[in-house]
Design a binder for this molecule. Sequence first.
Ligand code: NAD
Length: 255
Amino acid sequence: MSADFDGKVVLVTGAGSGIGREAARLFAERGAHVFAADLNLDGLEETRDISAAGKIEIFGVDVSSEEQVRAFLARIEKDAGRLDAAFNNAGITGGTYRIEDYPIEDFDRVLTVNLRSVFLGMKYELPLIAKTGAGAITNTASVAALTGPGGMSAYAASKHGIHGLTRVVAMENASRNIRVNALAPGWTETPMVVSNSAQNPAFADLARKAIPAKRGGQPRELAEVAVWLSSPAASYVFGQMIVVDGGMTIGGFEL
Ligand code: NAD
């Protein structure tokens, strides 16, 4: 096992479940001191308890609240004095409606939780990473940052927004060796997706058939890429969105 993160301090949001949980575990296994944040405290405790190796500290944080994000970063600075990598990953899907029917308050909520949170995260992470000397930020977007999934206008808008924010902040920080990138998962079998699939097996079957790899991704397969993007192995990757989707967005035909 590599120990790329020995002595490093890493922040992970949405660490109480799915991709964020696996990323927190992997960072810790590779030596990092992980500051794990989520709204779901039970989920966070499970993340901490199933991690055999490394140090994971857990914090109840609403990533859409400026006050809470600022306090979280102040706590990391006070306790650890540095920040080497941040994985801004918490997110929600929102409901599925045609735009004419989309409730405006639901649209605002998805944009606030998914996009404002990434803006706030980077705003308060960057000064501490800069003080540390160098580092990496990875934001979780989605294949919906590249496509137009019907019924998901708020989600797709938020994820397209994360792609744009990532590029801008990458440009603003590349010369001081802070790398900012995005991860775009495809259909990933996190608890939410697994329970939706159980409720709607016909849809799940259709989705799997539409993926060239003929299966959903496992949270660990996404977390591996997030950890790689944060590691020295990705030292020349700046401002990119890495798509990890079993080929879902290839867009060709199988012969
Ligand atoms: P998940 O529901 O398992 O995990 C998301 C976590 O974010 C949850 O623990 C939830 O409590 C937390 N969260 C939600 N709102 C929050 C808030 N305001 N403050 C703090 N924490 C909050 O889902 P996941 O699939 O692991 O999702 C992780 C990221 O991956 C999300 O940004 C999601 O949009 C993205 N994504 C997932 C898929 C997929 O198929 N699972 C596909 C594309 C993109």
